[in-house]
Design a protein around this ligand. Sequence first.
Ligand code: 0O2
Length: 221
Amino acid sequence: MDIDKLKQMKNELTKFMLVYKFALEEMMTKINILEQEFHHTHDYNPIEHVNSRIKSPESIFNKINRKNYPFSLPAIQNTIKDIAGIRITCSFVSDIYKIAAMISGQADIEVIDTKDYIKNPKGNGYRSLHLIIKIPVFMSDRVEKVFVEIQIRTIAMDFWASLEHKIYYKYDKEIPDRLIRELKDAANSATELDKKMENLHNEISGIKALENSKEELTELH
Ligand code: 0O2
């Protein structure tokens, strides 16, 4: 393929990606509403932070090459499901599933695929819950259903994944065995930490609930 054709395709792709920006904006509004509502109902904020990103054209081209996908915009639209990506970092594992259920339950959201790397961690220790959803974006002349990948994880899972990602690229995807073992060990520690934090959280919630009911009883008498 010559360079001019490639440049023309890149421009078309930039225009094509605008719809993904809109999909992300819609999803970010939805998540913001959920976050505020959850905070109001449960008296704490389950979401530590939310990041969103649009996959760069270079990264899309790399994925097409890597996966041997057909090279056209309609094909990209159907095959690359993580052009629009959102990462939600939560405090506790149970929050991950609550947030996933709240997102999946919305009438205009269609869940296409769920990958539960928490119940089934990857061999290297990677844990996270991935949802591939489709959301309608209302344009002036059409409605487009757009894929968005949502990754939901705890702070510990996120800490591990970002370090593993850096190591993976530092060693150009050939991580030395010793580091692979240490990463796996760190992933196990992160899992233990998540369990301990969840237990503490449950204990504190139990104490709070008991105190509240005692206060209510005192007010009644
Ligand atoms: P980036 O830059 O984060 O977007 P698919 O998308 O389904 O065709 P895949 O790889 O089977 O391909 O999807 P999967 O397993 O859902 O992983 C997609 C994304 O999850 C990756 O995006 C990473 O963000 C994250 N991820 C998956 N496995 C790992 C892992 O072992 N370590 C880390 N650190 N992150 C992981 P991209 O496209 O790789 O890159």
